[in-house]
Design a protein around this ligand. Structure first.
Ligand code: GLN
Length: 320
């Protein structure tokens, strides 16, 4: 695969107001990152530097900006659920995908089992653990981990994405709740395949090693209607992009999605590794990394920085 360099020399310079909005957002995010807590329920994640913070921006004209820890590798965690959904839509189509999961916000924590047992057999949406695990179970026989990693590399324009073995081992050893979800789905006859194989592939996908820059590139592809603007290749079908954006908007930040929708108003997806993927108008992809999390499992610095960027750059989807 040819590597796409994000810093293109031919790209026009960034307008000063854009650059200063990003610099301010970086300062504001850096100031609050210490108030969050690094995830420790997966022991390996606890090793992250809680003060780390980075922002990467990439737009459709190839203009880019990297601030702070924008090139630090971290595990993609729940942001991989966007890739899992994109692959499921491509491989199985919309009808089959949504015969396995619903498209409703759950109002519960990302790893909750509650409603799955009491309210519905089908997981509420593909962006919570139960939904992603269910979709992975439908892909596990058709795709190897390497093939799915290749999808991630293409969508993120980052051939250096690889498996973080230490995070994977840690997830594997501590992932009993996710195994419980897989077995609960199996007991209900929803999960068709082997729960262990499914959980294993899910752990590996969560352990893919990315940077804020990789998330910015994925954000750009989604913001640009599924087309890689540099190669002109349609990577995600347009009607699937609509689904991704809608679910990212309504469910992308777990039970903080409503507030994020009001305050920021940009389709986004967070992960407990500290990553935040945003698909903004322009088209513009924004990737953020700040491993100190709030009570919902979202990056404190990432969310705060996005609030500032949305205000300064008029990014709210209902303002344009
Ligand atoms: N691997 C994590 C888990 O399954 C992903 C969760 C997240 O990022 N919110 O618990």
């Amino acid at each position: 695969m040819t590597e796409i360099k994000l810093e293109t020399t031919e790209a026009a310079p960034l307008p000063p107001e854009l650059e200063s909005a990003f610099r301010e957002a970086y300062e504001i995010g850096s100031a609050v990152t210490g108030t969050g807590r690094v995830a420790d329920y997966i022991p390996e994640l606890a090793k992250a530097d809680r003060r780390a913070f980075g922002i990467a921006m990439l737009d459709g004209q190839g203009r880019s900006l990297c601030l702070g820890d924008a090139e630090t590798r971290f595990s993609i965690q729940s942001v991989c659920k966007v890739i899992i959904l994109a692959v499921s839509l491509k491989a199985k189509g919309q009808r089959e995908t949504f015969s396995h999961v619903m498209m409703e916000p759950s109002g519960d924590a990302f790893d909750s089992i509650l409603k799955l047992d009491t309210r519905s057999n089908r997981p509420f949406n593909p962006l919570i653990n139960a939904g992603a695990i269910q979709l992975v179970s439908t892909l596990v026989e058709d795709f190897s981990f390497e093939q799915l990693m290749d999808e991630a590399r293409t969508l993120c324009m980052d051939e250096r994405i690889c498996l973080n073995e230490a995070v994977y081992r840690s997830e594997f050893e501590s992932g009993n709740r996710n195994r419980a979800i897989a077995y609960l789905l199996k007991s209900k006859g929803v999960l068709q395949g082997d729960p262990e194989k499914t959980a294993d592939l899910y752990f590996k996908l969560c352990s893919l090693s990315v940077t804020a820059k990789s998330l910015a590139a994925l954000g750009l592809v989604i913001a640009n209607g599924g087309v890689d603007p540099f190669r002109g290749e349609q990577l995600i079908a347009r009607e699937h992009v609509r689904i991704l954006k809608s679910l990212m908007f309504t469910c992308g930040l777990y039970d903080y999605s409503g507030k994020f929708g009001v305050r920021v108003g940009v389709p986004a997806k967070s992960g407990v590794g500290g990553g935040l993927l945003c698909a903004a108008r322009g088209p513009m992809g924004i990737g953020l990394y700040g491993p100190a999390l709030d009570e919902f499992g979202n990056s404190v610095a990432g969310v705060t920085a996005m609030e500032h960027l949305s205000r300064q750059l008029n990014l709210h989807v209902f303002d344009y």
